[in-house]
Write a protein that binds this ligand. Structure first.
Ligand code: URA
Length: 433
């Protein structure tokens, strides 16, 4: 079998057999298939798509490309959560402690930033000392002890996704239904989840621009999960506006700290309560979503979720006091964008905010390029809010003078102000199971 022939086959819109898909994944992980051929293949998949059978086989081949976790030692029913990616999406950092405080263990592997979206592991890296890499034994011991651990994909878990995820990030091949579905589901399956709650985002800041495409992605993942005996629930959520006010790693962790102490923005809290409640339902800890939301709200009001977050940071070597004291690294190169007139802030393009944050230093330009964790965008005003002329709309944090200047140019016409309050769409579209 030759990779060149398989690239051509997919380029011409033909289906790949199970054997061919396994050959591609195995060859790529072993290093026999180089990045340039894998990029061409990913682009062919991007344009030609894959059938459900091909996507399921790709998922399995990826899940089997490395070790599989055995979480039975944790005990109880183990539930995982995953987002298909958005701008300002720090939901895992809130949901993890809330769900754990409600008694359902959270043992989560997360990713780094992808395209214009951020990743939980980059956000956690902004906390001094925090270890995103633990051995499997340390990971399981911590979950047993405190009910919560979030780590990067460890050693040999889904190496196929580790390589392909980084490659897609820099080759324009992220927004593909089969590639996203297989990337997400292979990780959840290899990580041993019995229940899986998916946040499938749609809109300008998501990889799926329309609700119809998001629905197909959600249905594909739910069907793959079901076929493999894992209860899978997908929540379709709107990503036309960034979630919360902070976009960028340190900035987002600070917003999470506020939210866990009861001062979270409404949109962020709404999405987290919905997803967290479904996790509690899937974990058999509450009878329905309403009861789940009640428990999660109580975890915030009682301080249990905030305490769980601080314990989690400390257990993984992080400086929890630095979060309490708001001493996370933020660049000194920051400037506001001011409103020229008074009025209601109009909806803006979430993807453009994501690209702005990347331009300021919060995203990668090549597979191995570093990111500046202290950069990003603070949405001082969000769509629908009133602003007075001369007040800040955005605060930009650039890694140096040049990046800040580049960001200022991009941000200039990004937010407009009008006389009418805009109508904002509902955040949660539907739940697919
Ligand atoms: N999240 C993932 O893990 N993979 C993708 O491809 C997109 C979002």
């Amino acid at each position: 079998m030759r990779m060149t022939d398989l690239i051509v086959k997919k380029r011409d819109g033909e289906s790949l057999s199970k054997k061919e898909i396994r050959f591609i994944i195995k060859g790529y992980v072993q290093g026999d298939i180089p990045d340039y051929q894998m990029s061409a293949w990913a682009m062919a998949v991007y344009f030609r798509g894959m059938s459900l059978e091909e996507t399921a086989e790709l998922t399995l081949a990826m899940a089997n490309s490395g070790d599989q976790l055995d979480l039975s030692a944790i005990g109880g029913r183990f539930v995982d959560k995953h987002s298909t990616g958005g701008v300002g999406d720090k939901a895992t950092l809130l949901i993890g402690p809330m769900v754990a405080a409600c008694g359902v263990p959270v043992a989560k592997m997360s990713g780094r930033g992808l395209g214009h979206t951020g990743g939980t592991i980059d956000k956690l890296s902004s906390i001094p000392g925090f270890r995103v890499e633990l051995t499997q034994e340390e990971f399981l011991t911590q979950v047993k002890k405190i009910g919560l651990s979030v780590i990067a994909q460890t050693g040999n878990l889904v190496p196929a996704d580790k390589k392909l995820y980084a490659l897609r990030d820099v080759t324009g091949t992220v927004s593909s239904i089969p590639l996203i579905a297989s990337s997400v589901m292979s990780k959840k399956i290899a990580a041993g989840a019995q229940g899986i709650v998916l946040d499938v985002k749609y809109g300008s800041g998501a990889f799926m621009k329309t609700v119809e495409d998001a629905r197909i992605l959600a249905r594909t993942m739910v069907d793959i999960g079901k076929a493999l005996g894992r209860q899978t629930i997908a929540v379709l959520s709107n990503m036309n506006q960034p979630l919360g006010r902070a976009v960028g790693n340190s900035l987002e962790v600070l917003e999470v700290a506020d939210a866990l102490q009861g001062k979270g923005p409404d949109d962020l809290m709404k999405v987290c309560l919905e997803l967290g409640a479904w996790m509690l339902v899937a974990g058999d800890s509450v009878p329905n979503v309403g009861a789940g939301k009640k428990c999660l709200l109580h975890s915030i009001e009682s301080g249990a979720a905030w305490n769980k977050f601080l314990t989690f940071l400390t257990e993984q070597g992080g400086d929890a006091q630095a979060v309490i004291d708001r001493r996370l690294k933020l660049t000194p190169w920051n400037l506001p964008i001011l409103a020229h007139q008074s009025g209601y802030v109009q909806p803006f393009d979430a993807q453009k905010i994501g690209i702005l944050a990347m331009t300021l230093g919060a995203g990668r330009t090549t597979k191995d390029s570093p990111i500046d964790l202290g950069t990003g965008v603070l949405l001082v005003k969000k769509a629908g809010e009133w602003v007075e002329a001369g007040e800040p709309l955005l605060q930009l944090y650039g890694s140096d003078k040049e990046k800040l200047a580049e960001g200022l140019l991009l941000a200039k016409d990004l937010v407009s102000v009008g006389n009418e309050a805009p109508e904002l769409p509902s955040l949660i579209e539907e739940v697919i199971q």
